[in-house]
Design a binder for this molecule. Structure first.
Ligand SMILES: Cc1cc2nc3c(=O)[nH]c(=O)nc-3n(C[C@H](O)[C@H](O)[C@H](O)COP(=O)(O)OP(=O)(O)OC[C@H]3O[C@@H](n4cnc5c(N)ncnc54)[C@H](O)[C@@H]3O)c2cc1C
Length: 351
């Protein structure tokens, strides 16, 4: 009998594995590559919503947990995934500068917004009103993390690169049997793949498609993340990630010409440097109607759990939400009610 069967090895699954390993729990993971959100993500962690200059939900708490969390993985796997990039918000007007100053005066934002205007010194970018600098930001190389973590679990002999077949799960009184092995608990962390999960597909996971380009811009020479009508994220060399789009109808992981055109048009509003597009990726963010994660236990089946709904903030949310779930399962702590799926239990019983 193993402790846990875990489905999905995106940011949610990886964070859950870390919690389980830290407490000596035994587990197996199933991962089939059907969702690409963690693979393609820009990977930024930034506690501030740059449209309105407000703190993202609970983001100061999450940030304090996330930075040491990824650092511990870097040390354990001997990889470099946390690039402490500056994030610069381009101002489009004097009004925006004033809003920034007001925000930088608020108690919880003081530590996170630099109250000096950062002048533009890059000829490749049009920004005559300058930038506001967000503090304590960075970028996790989520693709590298996912790849390295998969290899690590292969070394521990506890990952199957296979589709988890929901129909093959046998639910027993105090355990689950899957492919001849018994597990005390099962945790689902399939991202948008949750839609195919017959146990949890009553949850209001919408999914928002996002696309990103990689461009080569040899003359740009920018070392900070620039946020204007879209993000430019330096990757090193002359390469930059540009994104992302938000689309609610198309739920495929296929890149589209329309998104490419949209990003190029946005980019040209502030990037004057020459560039060429060298790559284009897409994924579905696991977004929820009320914009809070989906964490907790199934309304009917004991010992069956979900860890999902990280939307566009998986890097910051995964360490926090996985700790919440672990403590809920093993330490009888209560979940933060804002993330607890108990808030949707009516939907389960109506269906
Ligand atoms: C374009 C884009 C840009 C983004 N940029 C950022 C960013 O800058 N910062 C940030 O914090 N977040 C960003 N995000 C959001 C972030 O990617 C997500 O919040 C996060 O990756 C979700 O992680 P997850 O593990 O819940 O889901 P996923 O990454 O989707 O992982 C779920 C995993 O489960 C597997 N799976 C599903 N069903 C099954 C099954 N039946 N059997 C086996 N395996 C299964 C899938 O293959 C997948 O690997 C971005 C997302 C997109 C699409």
């Amino acid at each position: 009998m193993k402790d846990v069967l875990l489905v999905g090895l995106g940011l949610a699954g990886i964070a859950m594995c870390e919690r389980l390993l830290a407490e000596g729990k035994t587990f197996d993971v199933y991962e089939n590559g059907s969702q690409t959100s963690s693979k393609v993500a820009g990977g930024l962690y930034n506690p501030v919503i740059l449209k309105r200059f407000t703190l993202a939900w609970n983001a100061d708490t999450q940030l304090a947990q996330a930075v040491p969390f990824y650092q511990a993985i870097e040390e354990k796997l001997n990889i470099a995934i946390d690039d402490k990039l500056k994030v610069l918000r381009r101002f489009a007007s004097i009004e925006e500068q004033n809003l920034w100053f007001e925000a930088a005066d608020r108690p919880r934002l003081k530590q996170l917004l630099n109250n000096q205007i950062h002048k533009n010194r890059n000829d490749g970018i049009a920004a005559d009103k300058g930038f506001g600098e967000v503090l304590k930001t960075g970028k996790i190389d989520t693709a590298n993390l996912q790849q390295a973590y998969t290899s690590y679990l292969e070394g521990l002999n506890c990952i199957s690169r296979a589709t988890f077949d929901y129909n093959a799960l046998q639910i027993k009184a105090d355990a689950f049997e899957f492919k001849g092995t018994n597990y005390k608990k099962i945790i689902f962390a399939e991202g948008f793949g949750l839609k195919k999960n017959p146990f949890f597909n009553y949850l209001p996971l919408n999914g928002t498609k996002g696309e990103l380009l990689t461009i080569k811009a040899p003359n740009l020479k920018e070392e900070s993340v620039i946020k204007s009508s879209c993000f430019i994220i330096p990757l090193g060399g002359d390469y930059y990630r540009v994104g992302a789009t938000y689309k609610w109808k198309d739920k495929t992981n296929m890149p589209t010409e329309a998104a490419k055109e949209e990003l190029i048009t946005k980019l040209r509003t502030f990037l004057t440097s020459e560039f060429e597009v060298v790559d284009h990726v897409a994924g579905i963010r696991p977004t929820v109607t009320d914009r809070r994660p989906l964490v907790g236990s199934h309304p009917k089946f004991n010992n069956m759990y979900v860890l999902n709904g990280f939307g566009s903030r998986g890097v910051l949310l995964a360490p926090y939400a996985s700790q919440q779930l672990f403590d809920f399962i093993y330490k009888q702590s209560s979940l933060n009610p804002e993330i607890d799926i108990a808030r949707f239990s009516k939907k389960y019983f109506v269906n």
